[in-house]
Design a protein around this ligand. Structure first.
Ligand SMILES: Cc1ncc(C[n+]2csc(CCOP(=O)(O)OP(=O)(O)O)c2C)c(N)n1
Ligand SMILES: [Mg+2]
Length: 337
């Protein structure tokens, strides 16, 4: 068994850093708009906000090709958007319209955009882990050099499906990168009363998977870890699991704060807000003269326009027709000859 490692050296190029910053900003602004409009009661699906966790998808996706595949779970907006999937399709999906990426019948927890290589998200914990590993098995058998990235939370590592899939990926040296966003909670239950005192990334070695661990709110660190893991997977050197320390700012499900529930302290929240992946990166890039106020303003304007267009598109789209209700539930009846 190898122990998890952190990688200390190397930084993305100035252009990549700007792209990483813009990507995180875009996810943040999209979710802030969802939060602003959620109370209008037009988005009726359960919605898990990833504000505070934007560095993981940005740092990982920048290494991926379009044909590489991404799988995710309930908190998937960032994973979907950073992979280049359609913003219009996502917002229309949240509004339950027929132009949504799942035809308006899945909602926030069932995003999909096959053209972008975002193969799907599903809320049954760890369910997409096995599906992603299955796809990696196919890729290996067919000799494709695709990489499969599977995102999940710390809670999902308590599911048997995670261990079975990780073992299978390890023993068959599949081209998979498991990305565990450890935000310390499964709904309202803290990690320390759910799992023994060891790192999640240490589980990787037990399954023949390379374990990596890092600061999930430092997008440069995520970028470094993902580069190694994705190259390894692409070159046939087998799977990795990257454990990223991060934190969810909003309630488990929904647009609100939840400090009133008392399961986490104000001090803990303040500590993590201080480590905001976006504000932290903006400060570093400005100090290192890689980002100016003018570029920040330009990015905000461009993204705001894209968001407006996506919400207009969603709200002006039709709802799915009633006959679609059973369309994907029962097999189509075939004429018997
Ligand atoms: C098999 C299964 N059990 C329980 C649930 C209920 N559930 C939904 S989200 C969640 C917590 C998941 O925590 P984690 O994987 O850490 O992701 P996070 O919400 O922190 O991003 C639970 C228990 C579920 N969706 N699926
Ligand atoms: Mg969690």
């Amino acid at each position: 068994m190898t122990s998890p490692s952190t990688l200390e050296n190397g930084f993305p190029s100035a252009n990549t850093r700007l792209a990483l910053y813009r990507d995180m900003l875009r996810v943040r602004l999209v979710e802030e708009e969802i939060i602003k409009r959620y109370g209008e009661q037009e988005m009726r699906c359960p919605t898990h906000i990833c504000i505070g966790q934007e560095a993981a998808p940005a740092g990982v996706s920048t290494h991926l090709r379009r044909e590489d595949e991404v799988y995710s779970a309930h908190r998937s907006h960032g994973h979907y958007l950073s992979k280049g999937a359609s913003l219009k399709g996502m917002i229309a999906e949240l509004y339950g319209r027929e132009t949504g990426c799942a035809l308006g019948m899945g909602g926030s927890q069932h995003l999909i955009d096959l053209d972008a290589g975002f193969m799907g998200s599903a809320p049954i914990l760890a369910s997409t882990i096995s599906v992603g590993v299955g796809s990696a098995w196919t890729a290996k058998r067919r000799g494709h050099d695709k990489v499969i990235v599977i995102y999940f939370g710390d809670g999902a590592t308590e599911e048997g499906a995670f261990h079975e899939a990780a073992n299978f990926a390890g023993v068959n040296k599949l081209p998979v990168v498991f990305v565990c966003e450890n935000n310390l909670y499964s709904v309202h239950t803290p990690l320390e009363i759910r799992q023994p005192n060891r790192k999640i990334s240490e589980l990787a070695g037990m399954h023949g998977v390379r374990g990596l661990i890092g600061d999930g709110n430092d997008v440069d660190a995520v970028w470094r870890l993902a580069e190694v893991a994705i190259q390894d997977a692409r070159n046939g050197n087998g799977p990795s699991l990257i454990e990223l320390a991060t934190y969810r700012w909003k309630e488990h499900c929904g647009p609100n704060e939840d400090q009133n529930l008392g399961y986490r302290s104000d001090e803990e929240m303040a500590e993590w807000v201080e480590k905001c992946p976006l504000a932290r990166y903006e400060k570093i890039l400005v100090e290192e003269n890689q980002l100016s106020e003018a570029i920040i303003t330009k990015f905000h304007l461009e993204i705001a326009q894209e968001i407006d267009e996506a919400f207009d598109f969603a709200k002006s789209s039709a709802y799915p027709k009633p006959e679609m209700l059973s369309r994907f539930v029962y097999p189509e009846m075939r004429e018997s000859s």
